[in-house]
Write a protein that binds this ligand. Sequence first.
Ligand code: PLP
Length: 468
Amino acid sequence: MSDQAPDKDKAQNLLRELPSVDRLLNTSMAVDMMLAYGRSLTVESLRQSLEAARSAILSGKASYAPMNAVLVDDARVWLESYLAPTLQPVINGTGVIVHTNLGRAPLSEASRQAIEDAAKGYSTLEYDIESGERGSRTVHAEQLLKRLTEAEAALVVNNNAAAVLLMLTTLCQGKEVIISLGQLVEIGGGFRIPDVMAQSGAKLVEVGTTNRTHLRDYANAITENTAAILVAHHSNYKIIGFSSEPTLAELAELAHEHNLPLLYDQGSGALLDSSSYGLEPEPTVLDGLAAGADLVAFSGDKLLGGPQAGILVGKQELVVQLKRHPLARAVRADKLCLAGLSATLTHYLTENALTEIPVWRMIARPLKEIGSDADTWSARLQEMGIKAEVVDGRSTVGGGSLPGTSLPSRVVAIDYNDPDQLANRLRQEKVPVIGRIQDGRFLIDPRTILKDQVEMLLQSLVNCAMDL
Ligand SMILES: *Cc1c(COP(=O)(O)O)cnc(C)c1O
């Protein structure tokens, strides 16, 4: 048995063997680090490394002083992790397609390329190439939006919350807006329709009850102070059972009889009919316009499948007012958004949204294909001695879209005595893997795994399951 207490003299001798920061700075590895990371951070990392070595010696954990190369290498490891971006890619194995916490919609290749092109250099953001004069940034995605939705006008802003705010501020400030009580919703991240309305300076007039609102409730609430009727799509919850609301078309008719606009917060930005892919039907942007809504507001990064944006389409006369409002300048979209959004919208125009836009590719992905991926992956894991099998599962659209509906999937279920521990360890991978735990098993849904992440995913699963 060795001595319990660290030998003080020995420790002091070891401490004296440790080099100074200056000595380490002269090593060729440290010189390289300085070139890459600058002097100040390199010095800091070497101090960290020496401090760690000192503690190890004093606590008796180290029986010899580490070599300089080891000290510098530890410093490099520390520095790399210190500088690692906190916004980092992850592998989404949850099967939630538009995952709010994981960045919503992954972008198409063309969309990413367009963003890179716009980011790299100068662009015609506000420049008219033909006349050589100042142009408007608002034209870029708008032509495409008008074309796709056949709306008279369009406007792109920073996100849908901003779109709703701009719409209400411009058209309803100091006046009343009628909305059904059943639509006063919180849509995640603390975004509440009533709070945004309050910011706009519009007065909220709630009609009906949580589960039932009749057309006459709206009609009775109209006064000379009414500026608009607002409909907010229940994008993240569903009232099941005894519930009813007037249709958009009925509300449009009522609003127009009173010379009021019908404002529709559609939310998801669905341009395609989700019911063709086994999901419950959700009113699309086009349905909103067809029903007679004067303005439709929606997100760019939910079911539209593009970058974060808020989009407004509808009557020219109203959009012009919105564009002129000072708030429009405060919530305008940036060039990267406009570039990426235009590329995403082009996929709809050229009818290849289902193959090019990741969100729709995932929604439309045949169960057979998912099952075959799951089978292959599961077999590879089994070969490595991991207890994996393929079971039926459900993927969801998420992102506050299509509440209560899911898609059948085939998922890889890993049987591991402590699934939480496995999940934990997988989150610490260089590219963290996020899965789901159900019935004591760790699940990976192939539907939301991107093709170029498959090898990394399998490698991580093997590494982590063997490690533990
Ligand atoms: C998601 C959503 C919003 C907020 O959109 P963001 O793009 O996240 O700002 C507003 N209204 C509805 C109905 C939504 O679904």
